[in-house]
Design a binder for this molecule. Sequence first.
Ligand code: GLU
Length: 468
Amino acid sequence: MTVRVRIAPSPTGYLHVGTARTALYNYLFAKKNNGKFILRIEDTDVERSSKEMTDIIIESLKWLKLEYDEGPFFQSDYFSHYIDHIPQLEKTGGIYRCFCTPEELEERKKKVIEQKKAWKYDRKCLNLSKEEIEKNLNEKKPYVWRVFIPEGKTYFDDLIHGRIERDNSEIEDFIIVRSDKTPVYNFAVVVDDYRMGVTHVIRGDDHISNTFKQLHIYRLFGVEPPKFAHLPLILDEKKAKLSKRSGTVSVLAFRDMGVLPEAFVNFIALIGWSPKDNREILSIDEMIQLFSFENVAKKGGVFDYKKLEWMNSKYITKTDDEKLYELLKPFYKESGIDIENFEKEKILKIIFSVKEKARYLKEFPYLTEFFFKEISDYDKKGVEKFFTPDRLSHLKVLVKELENVEKFTSENVEKLYKDYVEKNGIKGADVIHPTRLALSGRTEGPSLFLMMEIFGKEETLKRLTKVL
Ligand code: GLU
């Protein structure tokens, strides 16, 4: 059996981190088993679906490098195809026409709820006579198709949760085709999963109640359902379902902040799954090798933004400077700096100087902006603390000594500072902090001596002299 899995997003919104993780687990499972990963766009809800969202979904998967082997397939291309299956289902006696109008249903539902009972479709149309049906059809009364749920129990063996069972009394006679002849999600999904030969349906826990309904459609078709794996939800820090209210949830928003796709994939993989050895930094190939449903958690995992920052920073540190240079171009451009206008070697050093500090690519321009512009503002607290008369007099002498440095490298400058500190019996901080503040206007930043090398002798002396 060739494993065939799919990700089936509805293009009614951006690709959410939850769907991205579902896509990732499908991808890992497919790759691990030499199977196929399919993209199906579930756009049967024509009013809420849009081409723009479809494009964003595709772009998001591309950014994550979760390449699909087949698709994208669009459910809207198959509208009539779903309805073609109705006669086959009708013959089984397992579906029936329901002519109840939404208003009638609402009225009956209200009465039931007033009696503090749970509403479920009351089967008013289940036993309509042939004549009544004919009459309604002749009068062109709109109708929906419902599935008749017999007495008994429905169960399946979930690959993550084990056996899950539900009494059929809890499942309503649900609609599969709307009065406008469009298929409802539960129906389209079954037809498609079967037609596409999907062997494993891996999706969120929030679909468990749909799975029970879908199993009844498989039963009516008389075909073996696929295997199911329901993933625990992603929660926010308050342990509520992760949503827009919790913070950033759209995949492309993370890209735009400068999260590296490898870091993002690594991070979302570990919400709800972990390799047994507790490793945290994993390449996609390692994940493919280690992935198994046994190690997927049964309970929801928290989306920890701080952990994402930590992980992204690790990945940024690991990325080579040339690659960062390419990735950073748009981020610098956005903040008004065209790094291509500068000597590349210098930019590579600038990147190197802060790469261990940045949590997002977006932070690079801010962390390094003093390299690109003159300083007019100095950190106020820093000025009080570091631009004191005694420290400034040391700087004055240092300026003279720096003038004589022939090769202005970080090593040479560092040696000069060390010797000066020793000779004068002062602390390194007494000259390092004022120099940093003079060069960058800040009290924190990259290694001072590297900074001086990047500025070069002339600019370093210019900035120090300006302060003096
Ligand atoms: N279109 C559904 C969703 O976006 C897919 C559910 C499924 O995987 O069957 O939630």
